[in-house]
Design a protein around this ligand. Structure first.
Ligand code: ATP
Ligand code: MG
Length: 507
């Protein structure tokens, strides 16, 4: 009424001034104050908005009368949310606050450097003025913390990928995510139990080490380098780490990143409590030649392209600056894990994997850069026992003693990966006895082949390229038809935490 009265009687300038006055007048006498939490804050996604949405979803499920329900693709959980312009009352330390979800259509497309979503969404928090300090000092922190907790406990972990290159979506995110449901855990991981315990202890210390890192003035992050032949469980180990700690995974596809600054932007958009993974670093790190080799960064590419033939002379190997400013360099990558920018979040783990540690640049391996070098190697006897238990349900006591002894005798010489062994066990899992006997036969056959190959290498017969020979040994396919489908073995050898001078590949 006031507005229409003003409209008819007063000129626009006066109208505007009077409205401002009324607004001030009412807010002075109002007992409440309001906080708007918009989904997009300028150009960035507002983390608080997402946290509030999640936080309210837990209480909305109980008290709301009209709710919006969502379930992400592949997600196992349904999320409750407030419907548009709906309200919910929350209580914190005896103080009542009211949340309202407000959705409006965006008025035309205003100028922006990237497209904005069509709807403007936000929460409005109403509190009594006398409680505003409590809200600002602790309630919002509580909401953030609770939301993080909720997500880790009830939702699937998320697997992020930067498949869009450096481009951002309409909500300002360079990462795309899907729920992460890898079933690998440290129980299912076949490796030496002592090494496993060591890694577990290290992860545990890291996750609970906030005050230690604070006290020692170190950034709260840790780096692991996983190396070893294909099929020895490097990716499975990363999944097990994420499942153990409840962290999200950022799978960084370096081949999609064009410049060091794009890399920094990606890093800035990662959250705390996450594992940032670069798989097959020996492949992706030939950064200046990525386009010409057409290497996609996948597992197979490092085996197909011996990219290190060219790497040592590139800026990558020298740790130099951008050659031309349009590529990622090793120094860019090291800044990503090590430099000041790496500290723009906390509680983060960097994991690099490679099949060829000897081909990595020493700058990446020098001590302090990757805190732990973990050697994932062929299947050892203790690891084999884990596989037999997991795949066939065999405890040590269930197996024939003689068979066990024979397996122990031959397993090291056979040099089979856990992937090969697990394939063999899966194939025969309906007949456990047969599976164990066939496994032994396959191991024996493989051990013989390995010995034959090695003696040929020793005699220098026809084998000129040692590297090539080694690859042939690693490939069950070329060995024997019989083993092709079924061989599997994995062993984590003693060099699990490798000191540079102890590892032959590092010299
Ligand atoms: N140590 C292990 N324990 C249990 N299963 C394993 C292990 N290693 C490999 N496997 C099995 O083999 C499959 C392949 O393993 P994974 O992808 O982890 O190997 P990888 O070392 O990452 O290989 P690549 O170098 O080719 O990426 C997995 O699905 C898993 O089932
Ligand atoms: Mg892998």
């Amino acid at each position: 009424f006031c507005q229409s009265l003003l409209h008819t009687v007063f000129p626009p300038e006066l109208r505007f001034a009077s409205l401002k006055f009324f607004h001030r007048f009412f807010s002075y006498f109002s007992s409440s104050c309001y906080y708007d939490i918009t989904e997009i804050d300028g150009v960035n996604t507002n983390e608080l908005y997402n946290a509030v949405q999640l936080y309210l979803s837990s209480s909305a499920s109980i008290s709301g009368s009209r709710l919006s329900l969502t379930r992400g693709i592949n997600s196992s959980a349904i999320t409750f949310g407030l419907s548009n312009n709906d309200r919910l009352v929350d209580c914190y330390k005896g103080v009542t606050v009211e949340w309202e979800h407000i959705v409006t259509q965006r008025q035309g497309q205003t100028f922006a450097w990237r497209p904005l979503p069509e709807e403007k969404r936000g929460f409005t928090l109403r509190v009594r003025k006398k409680n505003k300090h409590l809200v600002l000092n602790s309630y919002l922190d509580y909401v953030m913390e609770k939301a993080n907790d909720l997500r880790r406990r009830s939702q699937d972990r998320l697997l992020y990928t930067n498949s869009k290159g450096g481009s951002f979506d309409s909500r300002g995110q360079p990462w795309e995510s899907v729920p992460f449901k890898h079933p690998s855990t440290f129980d299912t991981l076949a490796m030496d139990p002592l090494k496993k315990a060591e890694i577990l202890a290290d992860l545990k210390d890291f996750a609970s080490g906030e005050s230690f890192y604070q006290k020692t003035g170190r950034a709260w992050k840790r780096g692991y380098l996983l190396y070893g032949p294909p099929g020895t469980g490097k990716s499975s180990m990363i999944a097990a780490m994420a499942n153990y700690l409840g962290y999200d995974i950022y799978d960084l596809e370096l081949t999609e990143v064009n410049t060091n600054s794009e890399l920094r932007k990606l890093l800035m958009k990662t959250t705390s409590k996450s594992i940032i993974v670069i798989e097959d670093i020996d492949c992706s790190i030939n950064l200046t030649n990525r386009n010409t080799t057409g290497c996609g960064g996948g597992s197979s590419c490092s085996r197909k392209n011996n990219i290190y033939d060219v790497a040592p002379s590139t800026p990558v190997a020298n740790g130099g600056e951008d050659g031309g400013g349009n590529t990622i360099t090793l120094s860019g990558l090291l800044n990503f894990t090590d430099g000041l920018w790496s500290c723009c979040g906390s509680e983060r783990i960097f994991v690099f994997t490679t099949n060829h540690i000897q081909k990595l640049d020493p700058a990446l391996l020098r001590s302090g850069r990757m805190d732990m070098h973990i050697h994932m190697s062929y299947c050892s006897f203790p690891a084999l026992k884990i596989l037999l238990k997991n795949y066939l349900g065999y405890e040590e006591r269930d197996l024939d003693k003689k068979l066990l002894e024979e397996l122990e005798e031959v397993i090291d010489a056979a040099e089979m990966t856990p992937a090969d062994i697990s394939e063999l066990l899966i194939k025969n899992r309906r007949d456990k006895k047969k599976a164990a006997v066939e496994l032994l036969a396959a191991l024996k056959l493989r051990a013989e082949e390995r010995n034959r190959m090695k003696s040929r290498v020793g005699n220098g017969d026809e084998v000129e390229d040692e590297e090539q020979e080694k690859r042939a040994l690693d490939s069950p396919v070329e060995g024997s038809d019989q083993l092709q489908e079924s061989c599997s073995d994995c062993e984590v050898k003693d060099g699990y935490i490798v000191e540079e001078d102890k590892d032959e590949g590092l010299q």
